[in-house]
Design a protein around this ligand. Structure first.
Ligand code: 5GP
Length: 206
């Protein structure tokens, strides 16, 4: 029986998961952030081995064949993303906290193996806000904007399968909500999905 806990954070690309997690990881050096393997190219500013392990398709397929991934996803873009299994298993065995930033397909695969995982979905306040963030990030060419937003709509529709839903309307407020969830603080109750079904972003994706 594992002593530790898995925390899954999902949310559309560009919603700000990295920014929210940064101070949490800095304040909790004992938390382990699972660095995924991916076949996509690094973005400016990303650090190999810290942001992702950047590997080739052949290397990724080798990991799959060796059953070395806890979950994985093959995007329509052709890119693979996956969670190396051993580091997470080691953290769980020593009673630590493993934080995984994965999209919903990966989250559901992990929930099959670890149904007790804590699941948090980070949503933008509105689709227009996500579009603005993607434009600001500068890595979404105009022809990729609609497919990315379509993907985001699908992901936000999956939020009902997560225990918690937090809106990134304000970076610090959102970080504090996630901190409360991780600490099991009473304020976390307000972040439960069932207490947030009125949110505009959910109405937008129906
Ligand atoms: P990005 O390319 O913007 O870094 O990530 C694209 C999407 O891949 C995000 O939704 C992110 O959560 C997801 N992702 C990152 N790592 C993994 C992983 O190991 N497994 C899965 N299933 N999704 C991942």
């Amino acid at each position: 029986m594992d002593k530790g806990r898995i925390v899954i954070i999902s949310g559309p690309s560009g919603v700000g998961k990295g920014t929210i997690l940064k101070p949490i990881l800095e304040e909790n050096p004992d938390f382990f952030f699972s660095v995924s393997a991916t076949t996509r190219a690094p973005r400016p500013g990303e650090v190999p081995g810290v942001s992702y392990h950047y590997i080739t398709v052949a290397e990724f397929e080798k990991l799959l064949a060796e059953d070395a991934l806890l979950e994985y996803n093959h995007y329509a873009s052709g890119d693979y993303y996956g969670t190396p299994a051993n580091p997470v298993r080691e953290v769980l065995a020593r009673g630590g906290t493993a934080i995984l930033d994965v999209e919903p397909n990966g989250a559901f695969q992990i929930l099959e193996r670890y149904p007790q995982a804590i699941t948090i979905f980070v949503a933008p306040p509105a689709l227009a806000d996500l579009r603005a963030r993607l434009i600001h990030r500068g890595d979404t060419p105009p022809e990729k904007m609609e497919p990315r937003l379509k993907q985001a709509v699908w992901e936000i529709r999956q939020a009902c399968r997560y225990t918690y839903l937090v809106v990134n309307d304000d970076k610090d407020a959102c970080t504090n909500r996630v901190k409360a969830i991780l600490a099991g603080a009473p304020e976390a109750e307000a972040c439960r999905y069932e207490n947030n079904t009125h949110l505009n972003i959910l109405k937008e994706v129906i």
